[in-house]
Write a protein that binds this ligand. Structure first.
Ligand code: GDP
Ligand code: IMO
Ligand code: MG
Length: 420
């Protein structure tokens, strides 16, 4: 058996949560391998929309194991809130979730450092979700971090105090107000509750599952263009969001990777700062934002919108070794007369189809135009019933990328899906 990996090929929010929910019946284990509560994965069924931040998106299906891998950074407060919300819906995470002891803990002071650092950056701020992601991964690579498994050690409080003091020293460099007492109390209570969960050596759990023939889906967070190495640095997140991140974030060998599903929104969005060559600062951009309800699942911020960018997409496919594309939000494009797709960039008068080292320099997208469609596709389940021009759009993307589009999502709910 292999581990299939599902990840975003743009700047996040491609619809990963919804697609994981749709694919979960085909798997036994759903595993998150990186990121943390900066993620917001939405899925919708029975007229209720759920947004998950830390918990894998397979959680609403019975008899599936959900796994939070070592590559994830976990805020116990966010975890408890999600747990309480799921408990109210009858989902018991004590039974269907395991958490890696090697996942790193987000402390309240990590969140303060995130916010203080962003405030100090002024106009050059990353647009972080302020969930403490950057500072937590910094402590991980700096070898200062606290891990989930540490809460089982007798000197956990001392370790916490030591790291907290270090953070308070750092925070003195900023003029930034925070209320540690309150946050710390809630955090400590959440840590106590975390002890009730199944904290494991998840690399053994996943490899044993593989050996016993279980089907595993690794669920990525963020997107390839937010990857710490290959994204639009420094406007990125602090983890490897790419396929390789599934190996390091779960403890699985590269040769165990099977399908790599790349989730692609039919247009592009980005939330937070940083370059976005095909961004539309006009009525069409506004139209896409409203029609696609493009407001952040985690922070509620309006998402920046633009046309599909094939230069960036082909790069993401290359970096991840994508074996098939899942196209989401095709329904949002319904009603447009013409749809533009960026095939090349013009930089300093030169045309290229390669993503440049510096994405922040002036880049003029070169577009091709495709005809739109009027037909409402929200209830279509059969590929044959899709409008001719959407089929042409799909074929066009396949031709340009060399990758097959196997699934098309035509709305936010579980049922709104076209499998080819
Ligand atoms: P994720 O972070 O990749 O899981 O994506 P988000 O959940 O942050 O954002 C995707 C948004 O689009 C959510 O509000 C979903 O409910 C919604 N969505 C997902 N797929 C579709 C689709 O095919 N059509 C429409 N209209 N909405 C979708
Ligand atoms: P999902 O999993 C979209 C963006 C932030 C910011 C940058 C760094 O829902 O697709 P961070 O908090 O990680 O330090 O923020 O990354 N970002 C996301 N954008 N979707 C996400 O997750 C994101 N997670 C982080 O907006 O620009
Ligand atoms: Mg999201």
């Amino acid at each position: 058996m292999k581990v299939d990996v599902l990840l975003g090929l743009q700047w996040g929010d491609e619809g990963k949560g919804k697609v994981v929910d749709v694919l979960t019946p085909h798997y036994d284990v759903i595993a998150r391998f990186q990121g943390g509560p900066n993620a917001g994965h939405s899925l919708e069924f029975n007229s209720i929309k759920h947004v998950l931040h830390l918990i894998p998106s397979g959680v609403f299906h019975e008899n599936k194991l959900n796994l939070i891998g070592n590559g994830v950074v976990l805020d116990p407060i966010v975890f408890q809130k999600e747990n309480a919300a799921l408990m109210a819906l009858g989902v018991d995470l004590r039974k269907n979730l395991v958490i890696s002891k090697k996942a790193h803990l987000i402390l309240p002071t990590h969140r303060f450092l995130d916010a203080a650092s962003e405030a100090a950056k002024g106009t050059t701020k990353i647009g972080s979700t302020l969930r403490g992601i950057g500072p937590t991964y910094m402590d991980k690579t700096g070898r200062n971090g606290l891990r989930v498994g540490d809460i089982l050690l007798s000197d956990f409080k001392d370790r916490y105090e030591f790291l907290k003091r270090k953070h308070l020293e750092l925070l003195r460099q900023y003029s930034f107000d925070f209320n540690l007492e309150e946050a710390e109390k809630e955090w400590m209570q959440s840590i106590e509750k975390l002890r009730e969960f199944n904290l494991v050596d998840s690399e053994y759990v996943i490899n044993q599952a593989l050996q016993s023939g279980k089907r595993i889906l690794a669920e990525g967070a963020q997107g390839t263009l937010l990857d710490i190495d290959f994204g639009s640095y420094p406007y990125v997140t602090s983890s490897n969001t790419i396929c390789a991140g599934a190996c390091t974030g779960l403890g699985i060998a590269p040769r165990t990777i099977g399908e790599v599903y790349g989730i692609v929104k039919a247009y592009c969005t980005r939330v937070g700062s940083g370059p976005f060559p095909t961004e539309l600062n006009d009525n069409t951009g506004e139209w896409l934002r409203n029609k696609g309800a493009e407001f952040g699942s985690t922070t509620g911020r309006p998402r920046r919108c633009g046309w599909l960018d094939l230069v960036a997409l082909k790069y993401s496919i290359m970096i991840n070794g994508v074996t098939s594309i899942i196209l989401t939000k095709a329904d949002v494009l319904t009603g447009l007369d013409k749809i533009k797709v960026c095939t090349h960039y013009r930089i300093n008068g030169k045309i290229t189809d390669q993503l440049p080292y510096d994405l922040s320099q002036p880049i003029e997208p070169v577009y091709e135009e495709l005809p739109g469609w009027e037909q409402n596709i929200c209830a279509v389940n059969d590929f044959a019933d899709l409008p001719h021009n959407l089929k042409k759009y799909i074929q066009y993307i396949e031709d340009k990328t060399g990758v097959t589009i196997k699934i098309i999502s035509v709305g936010p709910t579980r049922e709104q899906i076209v499998l080819r």
